[in-house]
Design a protein. Sequence first.
Length: 263
Amino acid sequence: MGKSSRRAARNDFRSGLLSIDDMEQGRVERKRATTKPLEAKTENQRRYISMIGANIITFGLGPIGTGKTYIAASLAAEAFRAGEVKKIIITRPALEAGESLGFLPGELEDKFGPYFEPVRQVLEERLGSGPLEAAVEAGKIVVLPLAYMRGHTFKDAFVLLDEAQNTTPKQMYMFLTRIGEYAKVVIDGDLNQIDLPHGARSGLRDAIEKLRGVKSVGVIEFDTDDIVRSGIAREIAVRYSCDERNTHDSSFQDDNTPGFLKS
C-alpha cells in the first residue's frame, strides 16, 4: 500500500470506515448497496418503523439484539439515499461499560472509530462502500461523541443517538435542543444497562418522563421476545433479566427460595 493509500486508509479508519486489521493489511472490501427492503421481524419492530416515520423524535427502549440501532440506521440510509434528508448524524455518549473513551489509544477520531462500527456496517449495507465514503468525506454523514454536539443544529438531518441510557439529563437537554427544521431524531438505549456512576440519573429516563404526551414524540419499548440477533442471545438476555429482577426484589434468598430464575 502506497503512502497516499495508507493515508486514505488511516482517514477511513478514523471515520470508522475500516477496521484496524483492514488498515494494517491493506484489505479494503468494496460493497454494493443492498436492494433488499427493510422488513420488520416482530410486531414491535413494525411499530418502531411506523413510529419513526410518523414522529420527529422516537425513543426506542429495550435489550440488546432487538434491532433498535439496525432499524434506525437503515431508515437513516434510506432517507438519505432518497433525498429526504441532507445529512446523517450519528452520536453517542463517550462512555461504555463504565469506561470513558480515554482508555483507547490515539486522538479523538481514533478513539471514537470502533464505536461507530455497528452503525457503519448498516450504512455500508444500505448505501454501498463508495457512496458511504463519499458522504463521510463531504461531511454529509457525521459521527461525533455527544459532548461535541454543542453548537450544532440538526436541520434537514436524520439523527441517531445510540446508547442513550448513558447520557446525563444535562447532556440529553443539550442534545434535544439541537433539533431544527425537517429533522428526524431516533434515541435508543437500554435502561437496564446504565454505565453512569452509581446514583446518577439517566438522561434517557429523564427525557422520557419529561416529554410524555408531547406531540410528535413516540416511545416504544422492546422486550426479550423481540431479540432477533440469535436464539442464544435471547436466552442469555432472559436469564440475566430474571436474575436482575431477583437481585432488586431481595438482597437475600434462603434455602427455601425456589431457584434464582424466579420472576
